[in-house]
Design a protein around this ligand. Structure first.
Ligand code: GTP
Ligand code: MG
Length: 281
């Protein structure tokens, strides 16, 4: 049996979560067009012939503006020392810059560099980006598209090949380490991310506060009074849509209650961050 841990790191928005979902073949982590979507390390477990690979999707590195931001960076850094393989993801559609260099300087040279979003870059640009990325001096480079799946099998093949001999860390039917409560809260946040703009996605946090099956209560925190009506929507329209979309992804018969609560400036408050589980582990 081969098994081990793979940390997926990179700047925010480069497509780490989309890559993990593609590798596992199911949605195990939330991705979105907004920056700093991933807020805690998320494990996705790949079971293949004689091998088990535990991928860790991490929050994207960025210049932090809040205590939450600092915690996201720490959580990402924290996932590096325990990894058997580090996958460093860069974006094929954006210039490789200081942000990428800063991540590159924190990880071992044996890391695999993944050039993602090649579906959106012309062939000659992909070659130029690979040439730029090669200056980091990592052991291997894989151009992939997490959106179409191109190149992902080759990447996974190499990762499995690198796994050391080891035990089965998780049972065969387990593909994520989220609890049901955590996952429902993430699904609610995902649906809100699809429907909100500008700074609001950063100001929203979700937490399941009560489960009395089939009734599940999920709280949506916002930072300011003015944000509450936007999340609720005209005549409760946004909440209704979010509830319907999330229920479709829950077991039949589930009854989801959504509440919006103002928690002033929660992104800067360590007590709230601790309660939400946004901790550097
Ligand atoms: N065209 C294209 N878009 C992609 C690809 N991979 C990811 N994206 C898009 O890029 C955006 C960011 O993707 P995420 O997977 O959330 O990025 P992330 O690196 O996890 O971001 P953080 O969690 O903020 O660090 C989303 O809109 C994705 O749909 C890809 O291969 N091709
Ligand atoms: Mg992510």
């Amino acid at each position: 049996m081969r098994s081990g841990f793979v940390s997926i790191v990179g700047r925010t928005g480069v497509g780490k979560s989309t890559l993990l979902n593609r590798i596992i073949g199911e949605k195990v982590t939330v991705a979105s067009r907004h920056k700093n979507t991933t807020r805690t390390p998320v494990r996705g477990i790949l079971h293949s012939d004689g091998a088990q690979v535990v991928f860790v999707d991490t929050p994207g590195f960025h210049k932090p503006k809040t205590v939450l931001g600092q915690r996201l960076n720490s959580a990402a850094s924290g996932s590096i020392p325990g990894a058997d393989v580090v996958c460093f993801v860069v974006d094929a559609t954006q210039p490789i810059g200081k942000g990428d260099e800063s991540v590159a300087s924190r990880i071992p040279k044996s890391s695999i560099c993944v050039l993602n979003k090649i579906d959106r870059a012309p062939h000659d640009e992909i070659l130029r980006q690979l040439a730029r990325a090669s200056q980091f001096g990592f052991s291997e480079y894989f151009p992939v598209s997490s959106r179409t799946g191109r190149g992902v099998d080759e990447l996974v093949h190499e990762i499995v090949r690198r796994m050391p001999e080891g035990p089965e860390y998780f049972p065969e039917d387990m593909i994520s380490d989220y609890s049901d409560e955590e996952w429902i809260a993430e699904l609610v946040r995902e649906e809100l991310l699809k429907r909100t703009r500008e700074e609001l996605p950063h100001s929203v946090a979700c937490q399941v506060t009560e489960v009395d099956w089939p009734r599940v209560r999920c709280e949506i925190l916002v930072e300011r009074d003015s944000q509450k009506p936007i999340v609720v929507g005209k005549g409760g329209q946004v909440l209704k849509e979010v509830g319907t979309a999330v229920r479709k992804q829950m077991p039949d018969g589930a009854f989801l209650e959504l509440f919006v609560r103002v928690e002033k400036g929660w992104q800067g408050r360590t007590d709230v961050l601790d309660r939400l589980g946004y901790n550097p582990k």
